[in-house]
Design a protein around this ligand. Sequence first.
Ligand SMILES: Nc1nc2c(ncn2[C@@H]2O[C@H](COP(=O)(O)OP(=O)(O)OP(=O)(O)O)[C@@H](O)[C@H]2O)c(=O)[nH]1
Ligand SMILES: [Mg+2]
Length: 439
Amino acid sequence: MFESIADKINNVFRNLRGLGKLSEQNIADALGEIRSTLLSADVNFFVVNNFIQRVKDKCLGTIVIQNITPEQQFVKIIFDELVQLLGSNTLSAPTSKRPLKILMVGLHGSGKTTSTAKLAYFFKNKANFSHTLVIGCDVYRPAAIDQLEVLARQAVVDCYVDRQTKDAVKIAIAGLQYGEKNGHDLILFDTAGRLQIDEHLIGEIKNIAAQINPDEVFLVADGALGQEAANVAKRFHEAVPLTGIILTKLDGDSRAGAALSMKEVTGVPIRYMGTGEKIEAFEIFYPERIAQRILGMGDIVSLVEKAQEQVSEKEAKELEKKLKKGKFDMNDFLNHLQSIKKMGSMESLLKHIPGMHNAEMGADASNKVKRTEAIIHSMTAKERANPNIIDGSRRLRIAKGSGLSVQEVNLLLKKFKQMQTMMKKMKNSRFDWTSFGSR
Ligand SMILES: Nc1nc2c(ncn2[C@@H]2O[C@H](COP(=O)(O)OP(=O)(O)OP(=O)(O)O)[C@@H](O)[C@H]2O)c(=O)[nH]1
Ligand SMILES: [Mg+2]
């Protein structure tokens, strides 16, 4: 599943890895390749364009975090956007309503009847349902009823059929009454499919839905449907509001197009997936897991997440804004010291502060930061916002307050001034996430 797209995307990452440092051009090239990979996997054109744009925006607005490389951060951005595309926060647990009524709809041959039985089997084993009924509402294909009966036996659930009538709506109503009378807590309605969505089919499904008032309407869609899948889903959704999509045949050489387009185009989440012909070849569709299967980058994703926990993106962005404006006072200095202190070794910490590349390293450095903090804490709010006003008598007071010498206060102010000058110089140069990007 998704192998070919996974291979290609991994190639893109591999090429970036070789570069060590990412320029804007590198990112543009990589995104170009990812774009053509997605298009050749039959992902909807508009979905691809939006995806690429979102990734690009995110890349340019992100500062590289300590301990991870720009390429790793790039992988994480792609991962997050992929999860978004597949449908984050998907609700997969059935509600507590009993009997829970689920209507299955879809094109001819998409896997409705198979998925009806799989779902019955899945809910029986993994959820809290003890008495399941499947109802055969496909009156057009004579073998359809036999097929459902066979599958229901495999799933060990009850099956309601009526070979005497050709009225699907009537069967649905009678089946529901039968289920309610017999205390079934889960009732699934298998319906007929068509090669193309036609008025008759849509009318019938609308009628059935109006009569049985389903709690869930699942569209069963062939995962190999490609470009067409999203349009089909859209049209069904307009007729009967869908609550979920079941993507089938993902065990085949499906090119991922359907999986990656459906949610974005319809707003309907993919809830389950069929991964084989056997009754147990059925799983909840977890966007994160699928994204990981596509990228194969579980390690990097958790690494970046950990680093992000330590320094919030917001802090980084705020600092960047201030740097751009050339506004950088003692408060920012203190904040920055505190936030990067969380990140790990003093050595790398000091490398992160512009102008402190050559500062002494090691345990001594850690002490220095503590003393620096003590000095800044002894300043008034006014002094922190505008260190220029700190004259001789203020220096004396600050030294006393921090328990350190005036010389040390002087030294800090001198260093701060140097930094400010440097910041001003940087003001006009581009300061984007690639600036720190060396391994
Ligand atoms: N490999 C694989 N085959 C599947 C999967 N789901 C369904 N199939 C096969 O797809 C074919 C069609 O499945 P059905 O369940 O009959 O499809 P349907 O939508 O009910 O078809 P109609 O009732 O004719 O509209 C069958 O041969 C199934 O075994 C799946 O997840 N993986
Ligand atoms: Mg069928």
